[in-house]
Design a protein around this ligand. Sequence first.
Ligand code: PGA
Length: 248
Amino acid sequence: MRIPIIAGNWKMHKTINEAVQFVNDIKEKVQGTDVEVVICAPFTLLLSLKEAAAGSNIKLGAQNMHWENQGAFTGEISPLMLKDIGIDYCIIGHSERRQYFAETDETVNKKIHAALQHGINPIFCVGETLEERESGKTEAIVKSQIQNGLENISGEDMNKIVIAYEPIWAIGTGKTATPEQANEVIYQIRETIKELYGETIYTEVRIQYGGSVKGSNAEEIMNQEDIDGALVGGASLLPDEFVQIVNF
Ligand code: PGA
């Protein structure tokens, strides 16, 4: 049984007051759900969110990290620092980081290794651009992102990794992939996992869909056979929308 996981990705939004208010607004409304609930917030909010979420079922994640424990890397945050706060997840390889901050499959792979070493569960993002989709390259692109991102990751570690399939053309555009389109690629990702890790991990690995998920489309997305959750950007900033998605 794969436990569904709904993760909010707040990107570069919210002050401490707004973040704490958000958690206070939702924590009772998501209590008792069978879904794993995660908020991936900017670094500056994590400590306050940790306190606000204490005693609730809300888990916390970061949105990026460096792969080294420490060093001369101005402006970076290390896995040790995140571990210190006690977060559970870290988004790794989000398309915005690949697009604007020179993230590559190689750095993604280093970060996944580092996260696992420190007991942080990676939410590993993959996905194609519109151009790649239109030229029929979706399957090949996503497959190579999966293979490269997971290089030298053991089968044992695979159950700590959540994969997020996010077609770039559906992120923040209001254009959701149809549930069938999303499920098709997620099915292919699962097949790649089977080739790499065998039958057991193939059935156990959790794969989310991300890209314009909102309260009104969460149920049909989550009802797809191979989709185990959602990585939610814009709609995760609004307490009522996020609660509706969690309680799909
Ligand atoms: P969106 O973002 O829900 O606003 O499309 C998803 C994401 O980038 O994770």
